[in-house]
Design a protein. Sequence first.
Length: 397
Amino acid sequence: MNVLVINCGSSSLKYQLIDSETEAVLAKGLCERIGLDGRLVYQKAGCDKEITEVAMPTHKQAIQLVLDALVNPATGAIASLAEVGAVGHRLVHGAEKFTSSALVTDEMLAVVEECNDLAPLHNPANLIGVNACKELMPNVPMVAVYDTAFHQTMPSKAYLYGIPYEYYEKYRVRRYGFHGTSHSFVSKETADFLGMDYNNSKIIVAHLGNGASISAVLNGKCVDTSMGLTPLEGLIMGTRSGDIDPSIIEYIAKKENLDIAGVMNVLNKKSGVLGLSGISSDFRDLEDGHFAGDAHCTEVLEIFSYRVAKYIGAYVAAMNGVDAISFTAGVGENGPIVREMVLKYLGYLGIELDEEANNKRGFNNVISTADSKVKVCVIPTNEELAIARETVAIVGK
Ligand code: ADP
């Protein structure tokens, strides 16, 4: 069966058409600047990217353009839409309502809407994508795959904050965690790759991309993760601060004459490695600076890596040990310097870096030496494939 995977944001939409039997990507691409001038990127497997500037005032029109491209007689990947067996949608926040992926129904969508104020930037946009697909493909089954679902196994000691309990009872203020599809995929992939029993394993996954989070996966279940009520908590990220003393919010608001929204904008968009470096949120720019001898770029990479190492230490404690640590996502997969800086702190776990392996990329790989007690891996994440697998598991082959 072919599964169309949709990741719909407020002004962009990524898609992949995946043959679930072979797990091959038949076509992929994105719609950008929806509601503005519009740009469709389409790439059939084995062919060059096609980029078309085309008006797409609404998400529905954007998805229609994607469907037209998929069945285009000249360059399409399939002959007709009858060849799309199911659609898998990425949804960011399922709160406590969804502990696993779910078939899209009207009742289910009403429940997702109740979660909207927990993810006001993401969930409404995700839902627009779901509704547009439903209108265009009314008879095709659709599945919602939540970023938060994998983390719902966390115990309350990991997900409750030290604030009045009534805020949890009244408003469900707690740790939810994000990137769950990636943490689930990579932890399972790590166990398979290392020949371990997933149900009897202690794995730490460091998903280090523009957004970054880390999770402790004990016997195949998430027991802790660094992102919280929102994706702002935890590691230092491309533009997000990660953990800070909450008092900084009031202090900076007064000093800079900002309201809460203004400070939150700084913490979400102007902080992290962008704010620290004053140069860029992209780690490649910091690496370039580091190699050019810019001590401040080196310092920022150190600050980022130190936070990752501290979280790994915390999660070793949470699981009373660790069998494997996996790096994934843009920086985790492609940044040998950050990995080296992180592993420098982990000698106490009997970890030693294999420098040659650390400089390779693009495939599942062990980057610790053969005699390291804890295996350290680079495992490329594949959220689209994970969504396609979840979709098939729910709608059947
Ligand atoms: P997201 O999905 O959160 O946007 P990604 O997982 O795609 O993030 O990661 C994007 C980040 O990965 C980029 O901002 C960049 O810093 C980093 N990155 C990508 N390629 C490299 C590379 N070759 N070396 C170092 N960092 C890289």
